[in-house]
Design a protein around this ligand. Sequence first.
Ligand code: ATP
Ligand code: MG
Length: 406
Amino acid sequence: MCYNLRVMTEETQTILVHYHEIALKGKNRPVFLEQLAQNLKAAVSDLGKARVRRMTGRLQFQLDGTVSWETLRKRLGMVFGVANFLPAYRVEPSIEAMQEAIGRSVAGRTFESFRVTAKRADKTFPLTSPEINRQVGGYVKAQTGVRVDLENPELTIYLEVLPGEAFFAFERYPGPGGLPVGVSGRVVALLSGGIDSPVASYRMMKRGCRVLFVHFHGQPYLSRASAEKAEELANLLTRYQYRSRLYLVPFGEVQREVVLGVPAPYRVVLYRRLMIRIAEKIAAQERAKALVTGDSLGQVASQTLENLAVVGQSASGGLALFRPLIGMDKDEITAQAQAIGTYEISIQPDQDCCQLFIPKRPATRTTVEVIERVEERLGVERLVKMALEKIEVKEFRFPGGIEDRG
Ligand code: ATP
Ligand code: MG
């Protein structure tokens, strides 16, 4: 199917976008809808100029331009906040007009069974939804001779009656659900080159957060590989939030100092605490309200309850620290990484900075007292400052690409 708005039929072809009602109580409603409209436009900004109109309980989306339906379907199917969407035809909200238009529209189709699924959003419309189903269904049945099957129809005729207009459609596509990116505020995600943290970032986006990324790389002691992976991951994840920023933090020097001053078993927890502290500074600058990591309980030595607590306590600036994957196992996380497209990037070999100078047996149970003593000797503030001095920032756009920002 080609979605071509220049060849309009008598009933204008358009797209109906449905959203979940959960976040729509009270004052949030206009903010949610405005953000969803903006995001829908951003998602197709390279395809043409989109217009989004608010209607009772749904949005009408139109694109000036000719694109394949396949392309448009994929784009709309990635916009958080969209429950489902339907390529639809607009028609007069009278039973005769709907019967006639739908009758004409199904004439060219072959199908062995059908049903009508009407929704009456205009409660002043004289017929109820079941009555509309019967009257339109009866008309189509008389015209085509095809039987009605409510359970398992080959063709479903969706019909929505709104104040002053009605829409009908034959296909309904699922959206990703969630909340529109932007409505929940900003967070900073610690993005490694691994499988987990991109998934954690994705889940926060899906809850309406704009995610800023921070990656720590082992330069000058390791190659650029992990930073390049982080860039690729940030670039890919940008398709869900349209613009992203990635902070690349050189961590090699910091780690070298840790190695010189800290007994091996404590290093990993110490690295994590330093990462949190550095990320916090970036969050403050970005007015972000929370940090996000890809930790999953028990997965590696730094993710025991004890160590997670010790790492968590390094966050000081009143920020929340979220670990959206904490209760997921590796298979579940991997499946999600595959579904969102980050998996293939994550499994490319790199040199993660945490493998640098890593001990064979990291401590699984550190305590804050011990770690704080170690940190005092080390002078963590100085290390944080040192890392922040040589930060690089990259910007990403979707649709679009990467740009450097020094
Ligand atoms: P991942 O697959 O996300 O790397 P993991 O199971 O390998 O997770 P760790 O490597 O111990 O676990 O990291 C735990 C979390 O710490 C990561 O999910 C990520 O949020 C953060 N983290 C680890 N290394 C880095 C890094 N080099 N840069 C940024 N964040 C990191
Ligand atoms: Mg990792």
